[in-house]
Design a protein around this ligand. Structure first.
Ligand SMILES: NC(=O)c1ccc[n+]([C@@H]2O[C@H](COP(=O)([O-])OP(=O)(O)OC[C@H]3O[C@@H](n4cnc5c(N)ncnc54)[C@H](OP(=O)(O)O)[C@@H]3O)[C@@H](O)[C@H]2O)c1
Length: 291
């Protein structure tokens, strides 16, 4: 019997299995393409001959596949073996997919914990690899020592959808940042300014702006977007038009920046010109009706 089984040996699954091995655990591994297990076997992992054998080998089953459909497809032949075991699914997905998979696991007698990995593979095993968990508290507590081998664990609650929800929210913040950085570098690059030359200025500006985010949280939680406003929406909407125009004049696509302008205009039209930018969060919660 192994301590845990890792199913899915892509870039992330391989890193997870390695982190368990590095802590001295007995690890069984399985992947659709068996060749990916060879390097892990050389480090001491046990290669299961089938997914059924893989599940039978351990009380803790950690799955990290591409998408949830893949999880269901890969685990289907082993569903009868899941009874009495804990399934920890670290595949990226939606809260609805996590809840449905939790229900599916329960019908097969398995304890279910969903997870969101806030790290890239080289970070796994280090303290900066944050892993969000939600689902069965009892199962999480029973295996938290083993799961701590992967990074810093954070348990969010019994609802299996909580980890993917917050995972996706963190990714939304990340992609917003990355999109802005891409736009900035396309613009400065069009003027012959190297990305490496502009990046320190950009990073320092983003760092300064990040300092205002705790005030955002206060305003959003209080539903008060009009007290102590220093940069009102109306002013920002006018300045934002220059961001679009300068990019267009430089031959830069505006596909990343137009949606924000549409939202700002909707805010101004809704009478929020004197409110803070945070008031736009309320508009996001009441989407535009498109015929
Ligand atoms: N890599 C990252 O930076 C990162 C960060 C955070 C979260 N994640 C999440 O971690 C999960 C895995 O990512 P990854 O980077 O390891 O992806 P990957 O390298 O592309 O590996 C994908 C895995 O899914 C398997 N797979 C795909 N289709 C399958 C099918 N129909 N049946 C059985 N197995 C199938 C692949 O098996 P084969 O080897 O046989 O193709 C492989 O094990 C994803 O949900 C991803 O969003 C990744």
């Amino acid at each position: 019997m192994s301590d845990m089984t890792v199913i899915g040996l892509g870039a992330m699954g391989t890193a997870l299995a390695e982190a368990f091995l590095n802590k001295g655990y007995a690890v069984t591994v399985w992947n659709r393409s068996p060749a990916k297990a060879h390097a892990l076997a050389a480090k001491g992992a046990i290669m299961a001959a089938s997914v059924e054998d893989a599940v039978r080998s351990s009380p803790l089953i950690v799955v990290c596949l591409l998408v949830y459909d893949t999880v269901h497809e890969a685990l289907a032949p082993a569903r009868e073996e899941l009874s009495g075991r804990t399934l920890v699914n670290l595949t990226n997905g939606t809260p609805e997919q996590a809840r449905a998979t939790s229900h599916w696991a329960a019908t097969h007698g398995a304890n279910y914990v969903d997870g969101g990995i806030m790290a890239v593979p080289p970070m796994i095993g280090g303290q900066h690899a944050l892993i969000l968990y939600s689902g069965s508290r009892q199962a999480f507590d029973a295996h938290s020592k083993q799961l701590d081998a992967l990074g810093t664990s954070k348990y969010l609650g019994e609802d299996a959808g909580l980890a993917p929800l917050q995972d996706i929210a963190l990714l939304a913040g990340m992609y917003g940042l990355f999109g802005g950085v891409m736009q900035a570098l396309a613009l400065t690059g069009s003027a012959g300014i190297a990305a490496g030359e502009f990046m320190p200025l950009l990073m320092s500006w983003l760092h300064a702006m990040q300092g205002g985010l705790p005030k955002w949280a206060e305003q959003i939680d209080a539903g008060d977007h009009t007290s102590n406003v220093v940069s009102n929406l109306g002013m920002q909407a006018d300045a934002y038009a220059n961001l679009i125009d300068a990019g267009t004049a430089a031959g830069i696509s505006s596909e990343l920046v137009l949606p924000m302008q549409r939202l700002m205009k909707r805010g101004v039209a809704a009478g929020k010109a004197n409110a803070d930018l945070t008031s736009l969060v309320e508009l996001l919660r009441s989407p535009e009706q498109v015929d």
